[in-house]
Design a protein around this ligand. Sequence first.
Ligand code: UD1
Length: 439
Amino acid sequence: MDSFIIEGGRPLKGAIRVGGSKNAALPILIATLLTDCPCEIDNVPNLRDIRTTFRLLESLGKRIEYDGDAVRVLATGRLETRAPYEIVKQMRASVLVAGPLLARFGTVRVPIPGGCAIGMRPIDIHLQGFRALGATEHEETGDVVMRAARLKGRRVRLRLPSVGATENLMMAACLASGLTVIANAAQEPEIEDLGAFLNRLGASVEGAGTATVTVRGGARLEGAVNSIPGRAPSRAALGRALPRGAVHAVIPDRIESGTLLIAAAATGGSVRLEGACAAHLEAVLESLEAAGSRVRAGYGFIDLSLASRPKAVGIRTLPYPGFPTDLQAPWMSLMCLARGTCLIRETVFENRFLHAAELVRMGAAVRLRGSTARVEGRPSLNGAPVMASDIRGGAALVVAALAAKGRTILQRVYHIDRGYERLEVRLRRLGASIRRVRR
Ligand code: UD1
């Protein structure tokens, strides 16, 4: 298992390019199960969760080719309708195969994901949505099996604006008969990106990225004529069946962007993020400014600098466009160094404060009470041996270690690798002292 060795206390300085969004790429790759036409997805980050998604798609019968950040998903023949437990247990987002497979083949079998480090994370909202579209379900040895001759479009109101349930239902509704309206839908930019990809496949999705998503279903999705990735149709092909396909570039990763900005602020640094989208980060940029950072954003870049100690700024995580739960942990690391005391409230997930105990090992003053953390800022943190227990909590420990005095040995880096591409290499380009050791 790899560890990071970080010598803290060096301000991050310089420019860095932000990668494609993991949470947008995952459902878009999975949405290729709706079609047999070739799809090219560009700006896909090279991450563990993405490689897990490749294995998932391959296990279901797709072929994957990739070249740098461009990924092609191709049909090989019949698709399986059963997702393997070995893959679902590694990555909960695997349940997103349920919507496309159920809608396309009338049946799907998916292992029920167990609890995970950041709470129970049930899938009842997904199931309630499929039921509303006419599916029946039963459990069989830890799997949920769903069936429907043909899903029927309907109005579905989600109990909570779940990101995954919104995506799963949007994909299923593309092949349902008639109109589906998803009310109280999640509004994250990744959902808007999925809607754009589905429309490139030939679907009719409106309102993705708002609280009401409308999908007009159709019999099949075949992409668009003349969109075969990478090559124009040959003369011979013209006049016969025209080749069809879909090409799409994934949006920049707002969580990676936010993490890097928070790290720059925590180290008293000055960075430029290239290729980042400020419009997707409003709540975070506002909080960074309130903490004393100077933020300047333009088309395709965000600049941030912070010369003094941050001011204490409390946050409450909320569904988009509120402060993202995925940046709560890095924010806590920044606040551990703030002038003053603040409250951090986690309202999206239960049990998402696992990083707090590790921060305390580094000299932070954090007290937990239910879903609220009270963080009393200290002038400095100290390096210590610590352990990552989830993706974002792990990233928070990197932020704290970069700002701390002395050496931190951060274990279980594989959690961080699920969501950040070669984080140590990229941070070194910004002047950090961080290296990976294999143990
Ligand atoms: C996605 C993101 C994750 C992010 C989260 C919230 C991906 C791959 N992951 O996760 O990084 O932290 O959105 O922004 O995009 N819930 C239920 N029943 C359900 C579904 C969800 O009770 O059927 C609850 C969850 O337990 C959680 C809350 O709703 O407390 C939000 O979950 P959801 O929005 O579904 O998150 P994910 O799609 O799993």
